[in-house]
Design a protein around this ligand. Structure first.
Ligand code: AMP
Length: 184
């Protein structure tokens, strides 16, 4: 049983690695970005709340995000473990996650940090061509990462597993799986 959080700057390849690792480790891939995008696509009230923040590269407010994650983690498939991609994004969210897990008497197995040089990040994001991947929004998302999300590396210092995220998808996921061996 593994309960993982993936942390890394936008463009680090977290989403791709999360998809591969969730398959290999047989746990659901829970991406808050994907959940928001699905809600926007379905024109739900949650999607309406999230849209303007996402378009600007800002974080969606914590109350909205935390409740969405709380609901998702209560689903039956998440009881066998999970891989969180894009959450938590700040220490306030990390506190809420600890509280949710603590109430269930469980804790995180590890926090996987994807390490990529900055110039490579911008190149990868411009390649991806998502609607929030324009240069201004990319810069804002990187700044938000540095200001809000990077402090999580300190917060989770005792369970960080740092992965060199340069290379092919397979090389990187092999590295991650190797580094996680013995922890589940
Ligand atoms: P991502 O797909 O993880 O890059 O997320 C895309 C966008 O969704 C982010 O730029 C935020 O606007 C929003 N988002 C995703 N996850 C979170 C989160 N944990 N907290 C707040 N906003 C989030």
């Amino acid at each position: 049983m593994v309960r993982l959080v993936l942390v890394g700057p936008p463009g680090a390849g977290k989403g791709t690695q999360a998809a591969v690792l969730s398959e290999r480790l047989d746990v659901p891939h829970i991406s808050t970005g994907d959940l928001f995008r699905a809600n926007i696509g379905n024109e739900t009230p949650l999607g309406q709340k999230a849209q303007s923040y996402m378009d600007a590269g800002e974080l969606v407010p914590d109350e909205v995000t935390n409740e969405m994650v709380r609901d998702r983690l209560a689903d039956s498939d998440a009881q066998k473990g999970f891989l969180l991609d894009g959450y938590p994004r700040n220490t306030a969210q990390a506190e809420v996650l600890s509280e949710i897990l603590g109430a269930n008497g469980v804790e995180l197995t590890a926090v996987v940090q994807f390490d990529v040089p900055e110039e490579e990040l911008v190149r990868r994001m411009l390649d991806r061509g998502r609607s929030d991947d324009t240069e201004d929004v990319i810069r804002r998302r990187l700044a938000v990462y540095r200001e809000e999300t990077e402090p999580l590396l300190e917060y989770y210092a005792d369970r960080i597993v740092k992965i060199d995220a340069m290379g092919t998808v397979e090389q990187i996921s092999d590295r991650a799986q190797e580094a996680l061996r013995g922890r589940s």
